[in-house]
Ligand binder design. Structure first.
Ligand code: SAH
Length: 206
């Protein structure tokens, strides 16, 4: 239902993305009091003032990275770990960084209990500066809205790599799909969206 009505009908065509969204139990990632709404067409609260994206947005972002299964991916803003699980099904390795330590712990726990932690590592820390220790990345997925595209993330993206990132103020954001080529970036707007803000310049947690 979610896959046919919310994803396929709106233009998600990458069969690997559709299969991953079918396979990963979204209800295992949302808080217990939200389980009944796990597959509804909206973002849901995950505590600490944060949200898990609407399924369509997760699918669109994943599709826009054009993953084949061999990539190393950075996710900024792991939240409850659901989007990381989707990326983990599509790529070789995922480094998911989350600023709020309690959410980082929750993401790790959810990934563990769903058997998805194998190729995913969750790090508690500020991802607005990326995670240079594991760079370069073939793809970067940012789950919180930035004021502009952070330079550190572009630097950590491999040449010909892609990044999906929401940019703009709270009520009026665009999902940009960025492509790096010859050290320069090019981007297009894939959708309008509303994400929680990317906290920038926060003290590092780890
Ligand atoms: N992808 C998540 C949704 C996360 S919502 C999921 O599937 O559940 C965005 C997350 O970004 C929030 O958990 C928020 O705490 C986190 N965040 C905000 N600023 C951040 C930063 N600078 N570094 C890392 N995470 C950040």
């Amino acid at each position: 239902m979610m896959v046919s009505r919310q994803l396929r009908a709106r233009g998600i065509r990458d069969e690997r993305v559709l299969a991953a969204m079918l396979e990963i139990p979204r209800e295992a990632f949302v808080p217990e009091d939200q389980r009944d709404a796990a597959y509804s067409d909206e973002p849901l609260g995950i505590g600490y003032g944060q949200t898990i994206s609407q399924p369509y947005m997760t699918a669109l972002m994943a599709q826009s990275l054009d993953l084949r299964g061999v990539e190393r991916v950075l996710e900024v803003g792991a939240g409850c770990g659901y989007h990381a699980a989707v990326l983990g099904a599509l790529a070789a390795r995922v480094i998911a960084i989350e600023l709020i330590p309690e959410l980082a712990a929750m993401a790790r726990e959810n990934l563990e209990k769903t058997g998805r932690l194998g190729n995913i590592v969750v790090i508690a820390g500020d991802g607005s500066l990326g995670y240079p220790q594991e760079a370069p990345y073939d793809a970067i997925s940012v789950a919180a809205a930035a004021a502009s595209i952070p330079r550190a993330l572009v630097e950590q993206l491999r040449d010909s790599g892609r990044m999906a990132i929401p940019v703009g103020p709270h009520a009026d954001q665009e999902l940009r799909v960025v492509w790096k080529r010859g050290g320069e970036i090019d981007w297009h707007v894939a959708a309008h969206c509303r994400f929680v803000p990317l906290r920038e310049g926060a003290p590092r947690v780890d």
